[in-house]
Design a binder for this molecule. Structure first.
Ligand code: DMJ
Length: 703
């Protein structure tokens, strides 16, 4: 990639318009008359002038390092010559354009961007231009920093809450529990990479490895102790360190009531035909077990809590207490069990304050620790929870990059909640290893090897399957840990989004839909976007709320619109699993779907993004978009005993019901619908909570 254009200023010894020769010939007489004038001055005036000159020099020396000539104030614009190098032009009426009106986003100097991005946190963002095929128009109320502004209807966005509700404000940043039992001396709070000496680093790693091996020996006790039972340990936690019970009021409007009805319909089908199993098969009235962990129950707990479904929540709670065991002889996937089960248990713990959920979380956390006993510290993808043996997936020597980097929110929360450091240590070590690997403009290949700790050569780069939540967790971990300036996670995030802008972003030729493609073999562009990628607009908007640059906001807005089109263009108004985009104007359609990609698994990503857009702007248009989609789910996926995945969104009479209700339908899709339709867009306070990748709530910490 070529370097930025710089403006250079040449300082010449000659006066303006003069030549080098002129200046030389003029020098001698001038100097003599100056000396004569100086000698004629009285001594006291000479002293005063001398003093002034010395002081001026002194002041100059003092101020130079503090930024009189602060380089960061100089903005370098790339101009249109860089389009061919893959830069994406962003038109913005409020930015100073180059001569042809194109302002280029770039990240040549990451520190500047981190600084500027963080600086923007307290600044009101510019009004956004809105894409209208090829033109941009102004969009009024997309101002995520001004959360109390009026929405499009002129209604005050922050709904007026009854007094009782106000007092139920969710708890603030948590202070971690003080050490009840001294477990390890390792400092888990260092969240930035320092450069310790080689010996010191090796010995820390050795200590951590020994602690890990010891913990794996007996999963029934608290790691770092020989015989303290988990239950006793949790019961001995000081009550003031326990989470405050949260209160929700239930549905306040018809749309929310409809979502609750959909949840109850799903739950009753599951209860009747699949209770205790992972998933309901609603057509055959049967069940499906993937891990044998009652996935649907654990994944649904916090949704029921938030919806105010007390009876259902208690049924789920009793099952977890009496029947959920991790001593099962079965291989499970570390990532899936972490985001669904560990995340679900921790969220239920934080919302209800019920210690039982923390006990179960520790039991599960211990049994997943063997994954980290790889040579590199990058975890194996699978683990047998009973035999405690971990290994790579059966079908590949490599773990998925998004999987090994989407466990950290949960493992850290477990450490902080229980005050047992090992979970955070082993999962943060993965952050550090991945951070140290070479990337392509901040973008990561989708496979990584647990033995070597390196990315697979020529692996695809994608923000869809196997890549997606790597980017999500960079941002969310930074939020979880107090938004530190020097955190490598946020600089990796900014660099990665810049990589998205420069390497993966395209517009379709006719209708100008913005989409994110993939790089096959790490280099060849493919105009394919998974529905999974539709989480990104929401995450980008969340990042912008906390100071990420305006380019993130623009991308979020445009991508949200494209994702919406992937729904609305289908006869069923449901999105396919994968969409393709035209590269040339000769192609018939700008967005098209291949027959094998036409299924819909009740996935949540786009509804998740709509939720963030509503929660952060108050614009009720996003609710209406969501309502259209909710009605489409009702029409084409609702069956007698639940909701089902379908095989074909392209035909209203041939949807090909698939007989599977995924647990994320209850955990994520219905939860985000419910929150999207809330009259109180701050029902969940995003200054206090972060959603994990499965929509489970974890509290933000202050470090
Ligand atoms: C969920 O399990 C999570 O959202 C995960 O991050 C991606 N896939 C599904 C939902 O589509």
């Amino acid at each position: 990639m070529e370097k930025s254009d710089h403006i250079s200023v040449t300082l010449s010894g000659a006066g303006v318009g003069g030549t080098e020769e002129d200046s030389l010939t003029a020098k001698q007489p001038k100097r003599r008359s100056l000396r004569r004038a100086w000698n004629q001055l009285p001594r006291c005036q000479q002293n005063i002038i001398g003093l002034c000159i010395v002081s001026a020099i002194f002041m100059l020396i003092i101020h130079i390092p503090y930024g009189i000539f602060d380089a960061r104030r100089v903005k370098v614009l790339r101009v249109d010559s860089s389009i061919s190098a893959g830069w994406i032009p962003i038109k913005s009426p409020s930015d100073t354009p180059s001569k042809d009106g194109i302002l280029m986003a770039h990240a040549d100097n990451l520190n500047d961007i981190v600084d500027n991005a963080l600086l923007e946190t307290n600044q009101k963002p510019v009004l956004l231009p809105k894409k209208n095929p090829s033109e941009f128009q102004e969009i009024k109320s997309l101002d995520s920093n001004n959360l109390d502004q009026k929405n499009d209807d002129g209604v005050e966005s922050a709904a007026v809450l009854p007094e009782s509700q106000k007092s139920n404000a969710l708890q603030g940043p948590l202070v971690d529990a003080p050490n009840k039992i001294s477990i390890q001396e390792i400092n888990i709070n260092d969240n930035h990479i320092e450069s310790p000496s080689v010996d010191a680093k090796a010995s820390t790693e050795d200590v951590e490895r020994v602690a890990l091996e010891a913990a794996v020996l007996n999963p029934r006790v608290v790691p770092g102790t020989n015989n303290i039972a988990i239950n006793d340990f949790v019961n001995s936690l000081d009550t003031y360190t326990l989470p405050q019970k949260q209160h929700f009021h239930g549905a306040t409007n018809e749309r929310q009531t409809s979502v609750i009805a959909a949840f109850k319909h799903s739950w009753s089908g599951y209860k009747k035909y699949a209770w205790g199993h992972d998933n309901l098969k609603p057509l055959s009235q049967g069940s499906h077990d993937w891990f044998g962990l009652g996935l649907t129950i654990v994944d649904s707990l916090d949704t029921m809590y938030i919806m105010g479904l007390e009876d259902e929540f208690n049924e789920g709670r009793e099952w977890v207490n009496n029947f959920l065991t991790f001593d099962i002889n079965r291989d499970v996937n570390l990532f899936e069990v972490t985001i669904r089960v560990l995340g679900g248990l921790l969220s239920a713990y934080h919302l209800s304050g019920d210690k039982m959920f923390l006990t179960k979380s520790i039991e599960l956390g211990n049994r997943m620790l063997p994954c980290f006993l790889s040579a590199s510290g990058i975890p194996f993808s699978d683990v047998n929870l009973a035999s405690m043996s971990a290994h790579s997936p059966k079908w590949s020597p490599d773990s998925s990059t998004s999987e090994v980097t989407t466990i950290q929110l949960e493992f850290r929360d477990l450490s902080r909640s229980a005050n047992i450091s090992i979970y955070e240590i082993v999962s943060h070590a993965v952050n550090k290893k991945v951070h140290a690997l070479e990337k392509i403009n901040g973008l990561v290949p989708i496979f990584i090897n647990a033995n070597t700790g390196t990315f697979r050569n020529y692996a695809t780069i994608s923000l869809g399957a196997r890549g997606d939540s790597y980017y999500e967790y960079l941002l969310k971990q930074w939020l979880q840990t107090g938004r530190k300036r020097d955190d490598f996670l946020i600089s990796d995030y900014i660099r990665a989004i810049d990589g998205v802008l420069t390497k993966l972003l395209r517009r379709t030729p006719k209708e100008q839909h913005v989409y994110i493609g993939e790089l096959i073999n790490g280099k060849d562009f493919k105009p394919k976007m998974d529905h999974l990628t539709c989480y990104l607009p929401g995450t980008l908007l969340l990042g912008h709320k906390f100071g990420m640059p305006t380019s993130h906001l623009l991308l979020a807005r445009d991508l949200l619109e494209t994702c919406y089109q992937t729904y609305m263009r289908q006869p069923t108004q449901l999105a396919p699993e994968i969409s393709y985009f035209a590269l040339t104007a000769n192609e018939e359609q700008d967005i098209y779907v291949k027959p094998n990609d036409a299924h819909n698994l009740l996935r949540p990503e786009f509804i998740e993004s709509l939720y963030y857009f509503y929660a952060l702007t108050g614009n009720r248009t996003y609710q209406d978009m969501g309502w259209n989609i909710f009605q489409a789910f009702e029409k084409y996926t609702k069956v007698a005993y639940g909701y089902t995945s379908i095989g074909n969104v392209k035909h209203v009479f041939n949807t090909r019901l698939r007989d599977m209700m995924e647990s994320f339908w209850l955990s994520e899709t219905l939860k985000y619908f419910y929150l999207l339709f809330s009259d109180n867009r701050k029902e969940i306070d995003l200054d206090k909570w972060v959603f994990n990748s499965e929509a489970h709530l974890l509290p933000l910490r202050n470090h």
